[in-house]
Design a protein around this ligand. Structure first.
Ligand SMILES: *Cc1c(COP(=O)(O)O)cnc(C)c1O
Length: 392
């Protein structure tokens, strides 16, 4: 590795991604296509490289959360169909058509606007109808209240010129919660989904691709596989359910012990003097801080994993650095690589300590942290998102 990178970097293990893909595809069955959720730069893992790997493995679709992310995939040479899950302003329809994106449609007025723009462009925009079965986010309401109105509206939407209704989908709110209430709610959401599909079929409206299963459903409700499933977090081998299926974390966030300090007892460490040594201490200075994505709330809580064992983070995490206690790890020396998150030091545990979810921690790994991709155990590429340095 170049010396400039010997600061903080994220190793992306594409073999782990392939392993996770095979496990999940096997679990959901060959009748269900794998849609790789690669929004937010593939949850911080690098959208183009992750997508290329999934494409080669045989995934059927990708999903992003805005058109710029879709464009990034096309510029990166990704040919798979892409579904744009989020809101797109209708005046972006021509762009959606030019980068061959299927757009989620969440209301009749949105559908009408897309239809008008697609007709202007003289093309047909592929759309996936979004059903709201209990998230109360985007979608046609499918609870008792809105059911009939939504049914009529979806029939009209599917008849609009300029649109090709390829798919229909919904999203679960608590499929990853293993409680009785969570199960009941997920089952209710699925009943609403299936109920709307049945009612639409009775009106002659059918879809080529029906999909509902996110990561939680892939783990706990493989019977909801439908035509396609949409695993996000779990395909990256993290989240509290990943261990249940023997999945492997794809990202290892690493830094080095940049300097080692010998500090006498009762010495304050870092901003705010929130930590004081209680013995003669060896303190490691790590070139990683909250600007790299290591949340400051983990100050005095998280640990880094050294080849000699775990070293607690002491004192406040600064923008670009933080400190760790190496007193009990005499072998840990300047220059040693340490794991901030990864197979030995689970990001799930860090997320729990930070009062959040692993999603937020990998998404937070910032653009100044190079991603280094490994396949068959060999480094195959590096990427740095700082302007003007996109490939290394
Ligand atoms: C983000 C997202 C997913 C993936 O969710 P995970 O919990 O990461 O599996 C699936 N479907 C939709 C609509 C999403 O927005």
């Amino acid at each position: 590795m170049d010396s400039t990178l010997k600061r903080t970097w994220a190793e992306i293990d594409l073999d782990a991604l392939a392993h996770n893909y095979q496990v999940l595809q096997g679990r959901m069955g060959s009748g269900s296509r794998f849609l790789g959720v690669v929004k937010a730069d593939a949850y911080g893992h690098g959208a183009v490289e992750v997508s290329r790997t999934l494409e080669n493995l045989g995934a059927g679709y990708l999903a992003v959360s805005n058109l710029d992310e879709a464009l990034e995939l096309r510029h990166g040479g990704i040919g798979l169909p892409v579904l744009q899950l989020g809101v797109t302003p209708a005046d972006q329809t021509a762009l959606a058509l030019s980068c061959r994106v299927a757009q989620a449609v969440w209301s009749e007025s949105a559908a009408q606007a897309f239809s008008a723009e697609a007709r202007k462009a003289g093309r047909k925009l592929k759309v996936h109808i979004k059903l709201d079965t209990g998230m109360s986010r985007l979608g046609f309401p499918c609870g008792e209240d809105g059911f009939e109105r939504s049914l009529d509206a979806i029939c009209r939407v599917c008849a609009l010129p300029g649109l090709e209704a390829e798919g229909v989908f919904t999203h679960f709110a608590v499929s990853d919660e293993d409680s009785e209430a969570g199960r009941a709610y997920t089952e209710l959401q699925y009943r609403r989904f299936a109920g709307m599909l049945d009612a639409l079929a009775r009106r002659g409206v059918r879809f080529a691709i029906r999909h509902c299963a996110n990561s939680g459903a892939a783990v706990s409700y493989p019977q909801y596989a439908c035509d396609m499933f949409r695993p996000g977090i779990i395909s990256y081998g993290i989240g509290h359910q990943a261990d249940l299926l023997g999945l492997r974390p794809v990202m290892t966030l690493k830094t080095i012990i940049g300097a080692v300090r010998e500090l006498p007892p009762d010495t304050a460490v870092s901003y705010g003097c929130t930590y004081r040594t209680n013995r003669p201490s060896r303190v490691g200075v790590l070139p990683i801080g909250y600007a790299d994505g290591l949340h400051r709330v983990l100050s005095n809580r998280w640990q880094v994993w050294t080849p000699h064992g775990a070293a607690p983070i002491i004192g406040r995490i600064c923008m670009d650095m933080c400190m760790c206690d190496l007193t009990d790890l005499p072998g840990a020396a300047e220059g040693s690589e340490v794991e901030v998150y990864g197979p030995h030091n689970s990001v799930n545990a860090a997320a729990a300590l930070a009062g959040t979810i692993s999603y937020e921690l990998t998404c937070a790994v910032s653009k100044r942290v190079p991603r280094i991709y490994y396949r068959d155990g060999e480094e195959i590429g590096r990427e740095l998102l700082l302007r003007g340095q996109s490939s290394l």
